[in-house]
Design a protein around this ligand. Structure first.
Ligand SMILES: Nc1ncnc2c1ncn2[C@@H]1O[C@H](COP(=O)(O)OP(=O)(O)OP(=O)(O)O)[C@@H](O)[C@H]1O
Ligand SMILES: O=P(O)(O)OC[C@H]1O[C@H](OP(=O)(O)OP(=O)(O)O)[C@H](O)[C@@H]1O
Length: 206
C-alpha cells in the first residue's frame, strides 16, 4: 500500500517538488496536477493543503507523512513525530518594526500570524506583550499604528525593506520539516522507510 504525503500548497510545494526531482523522483504527476488536490505518483499518494491543515491530516493519520514549515509546528504544536529537517523553506522569525522604535511607552503591542510563538518567546525573556493576530501583510501593522512591532517570517528581507522596516531582533532560523503520524511510523515502517531515507540529507546541508 502506497503511503500518503500531505504537502503544503504554494511556496513549499514548489520547493518540495524541486527537492523530489533532485532525489531522482518523477514529479510529472505533481507538476501537471492543475487544480487537483489529490495526486498519485509511482511512490505515494499526495494531498495538497495549507500548512496547518497538513499537520492536522498527519495528526489524524489521514496522511502518513507531511511537508510543513517549522513555524507551523512551533505555533500549533500538533501531536505528530517531527522526523527531519529539509533543505528548503529556509527563513527566520524576527521581531521587526520602524527604525525609530515603538510609539507607545507601556506594554509593547506586537502584530503577528504567530501568537503562540510570540507569547512564549517574550514570556521566556520575562516580558509580557499584547498580541494582535493578523493573517497576512503583517508589515502593515506598525506603519498604520496597529502595533509597535511585528513578529514575522523574514527570508530575503525585501518586504521589510520596501516598507521601511528593520529587523530589531532575530528570533530563530526555520526550515521545512518532514513530519509523520505516530502510528504510521510503526504500522507502515516498510513502505515509509525508503521514502524517508530518500529525504535525508547531510546535516550540514540544512
Ligand atoms: N518568505 C518566505 N520565505 C521562505 N519560506 C517562507 C516564507 N514565507 C513562508 N515561508 C515558509 O513556507 C511556509 C508556507 O508559506 P506560504 O506563505 O506559502 O503559506 P502561508 O503563510 O500559509 O500563506 P498563504 O495564506 O498565502 O497560503 C510557511 O509555513 C513557512 O515555513
Ligand atoms: O523577507 P521576504 O523575502 O520579503 O519574505 C518575507 C515575507 O514573506 C511572507 O509573506 P507572504 O509572501 O507569505 O505573504 P503574507 O504576508 O500575506 O503572509 C512573510 O510573512 C513576509 O511578509
Amino acid at each position: 500500500m502506497k503511503p500518503t504525503i500531505a504537502l503544503t500548497k504554494g511556496r513549499l510545494e514548489k520547493q518540495f517538488l524541486a527537492f523530489l526531482q533532485s532525489r531522482g523522483y518523477d514529479t510529472l504527476p505533481l507538476t501537471d496536477k492543475g487544480r487537483k488536490l489529490q495526486v498519485e505518483t509511482n511512490e505515494f499518494f499526495a494531498v495538497f493543503a495549507k500548512g496547518v491543515d497538513v499537520a492536522t491530516y498527519v495528526e489524524h493519520g489521514i496522511a502518513d507523512l507531511g511537508i510543513v514549515g517549522e513555524d507551523i509546528l512551533l505555533e500549533f504544536e500538533p501531536d505528530v513525530f517531527d522526523l527531519l529537517p529539509l533543505p528548503f523553506g529556509k527563513c527566520r522569525l524576527a521581531i521587526a518594526g520602524e527604525p525609530e522604535g515603538p510609539r507607545s511607552f507601556g506594554k509593547q503591542r506586537i502584530a503577528t500570524k504567530f501568537p503562540n510563538i510570540t507569547t512564549k518567546y517574550f514570556r521566556e525573556r520575562g516580558k509580557s506583550v499584547d498580541i494582535v493576530k493578523l493573517e497576512g501583510s503583517v508589515e502593515l501593522a506598525p506603519l498604520l499604528g496597529l502595533a509597535d512591532n511585528i513578529v514575522d517570517i523574514v527570508e530575503t528581507g525585501t518586504t521589510l525593506k520596501e516598507n521601511g522596516l528593520i529587523v530589531k531582533e532575530e528570533m530563530m532560523s526555520i526550515s521545512a520539516r518532514c513530519i509523520a503520524n505516530r502510528n504510521s511510523l510503526k504500522l507502515k515502517k516498510s513502505v515509509l522507510t525508503p521514502l524517508i531515507d530518500s529525504f535525508r540529507i547531510q546535516e550540514e546541508a540544512i
